[in-house]
Design a binder for this molecule. Structure first.
Ligand code: ZN
Ligand code: ZN
Length: 291
């Protein structure tokens, strides 16, 4: 699909979703601008990755056998710092244009990254590596030092690194034996996802990684979080009689995941929007005490 078609498809989808849920309009506009910005950054990261193509694709072939996500096998490839900074800077700009209420915190992050020489006290590589290795306490420490909300700094770091992860995912997914990957976490980046879709005859379940966009088949009767396969301890609700979406839950670990039935909805909404499209299920889940 060409970049223009992708943009147009996203815009139309966001319009449709906004009609259905007018109260989400402004957050959907934000999401749209963020995804558009990220997709142009993705091209840049793809170029920067060209020296790593071969090694990534070789490692991808070992993912299923070694039962380890690609990023765990290869680590995060070295990326030029200026590109990383550009990505963070773009994300800060898009965020500010939709969330003026965050101006002060966003300004602090920007100053820490881009303040004059010797003035800088936030290393973009430290930011990204603490996010990717799941070292939450490091992110919290960084946030504390800057005096900003840890949730915000984590979101900015994630949005800035997503174009890199998406580029890696697209590059390597074809070399991963997805049918041999039985885990609930992503075979590329290792993230857990709570988004899936049913597709094809027999409504086969696939999970969609909301971080890098990878998709892989997954058992219908299995919890992607704890691996529970006891069908008496798993189930799903529909909300308000709407059979387009299913809210699955596991009684074993109390987690939930959201599944779009593509046999009912078709493909008019790009999957990158499924998490937002099903945001009302997050509410329903929290009302039911699911996490
Ligand atoms: Zn992923
Ligand atoms: Zn579970």
């Amino acid at each position: 699909m060409s970049a223009e078609n992708f943009q147009e498809e996203l815009r139309q989808a966001v319009d449709l979703m906004s009609l259905e849920r007018p109260e989400s309009r402004s957050s959907l506009r934000f999401l749209l601008d963020l995804i558009l910005e990220q997709s142009s950054l993705e091209e840049r990261f793809k170029e920067a990755l060209s020296d790593h193509f071969q090694s990534l694709r070789e490692a991808a072939k070992r993912v299923a056998e070694e039962r380890k996500p690609l990023l765990e096998l290869v680590g995060v490839p070295d990326i030029p710092e200026d590109l990383l900074l550009e990505s963070i800077s773009s994300v800060l700009r898009v965020t500010l244009s939709h969330r003026e209420d965050l101006a002060e915190d966003l300004g602090r992050i920007e100053a820490a990254l881009f303040g004059g020489k010797g003035d800088r006290n936030l290393d973009p590589e430290v930011l990204v590596s603490s996010l990717l290795s799941g070292r939450k306490e490091e992110l919290e420490k960084l946030a504390g030092e800057l005096g900003v909300d840890p949730v915000l700094i984590e979101a900015i770091a994630l949005w800035a690194v997503q174009p890199l992860l998406r580029a890696i995912s697209k590059l390597a997914i074809g070399d991963i034996d997805l049918k041999g990957w039985y885990e609930g976490r992503c075979p590329v980046c290792g993230s857990h996802t709570r988004v899936g879709f049913l597709r094809g005859e027999g409504k086969k379940l696939h999970l969609h990684c909301t971080v890098c966009g990878a998709e892989w088949p997954f058992q219908r009767i299995k919890c992607p979080f704890c691996g529970n396969e006891d069908q008496d301890r798993l189930g799903f609700y529909t909300v308000g009689g709407d059979n387009r979406f299913r809210l699955y839950f596991c009684d074993e670990c109390g987690r939930y995941w959201k599944v779009v039935d593509e046999e009912v909805v078709g493909r008019k909404i790009p999957r990158v929007l499924y998490d937002a499209w099903t945001s009302h299920l997050d509410l329903a889940a929290s009302e039911r005490g699911l996490k």
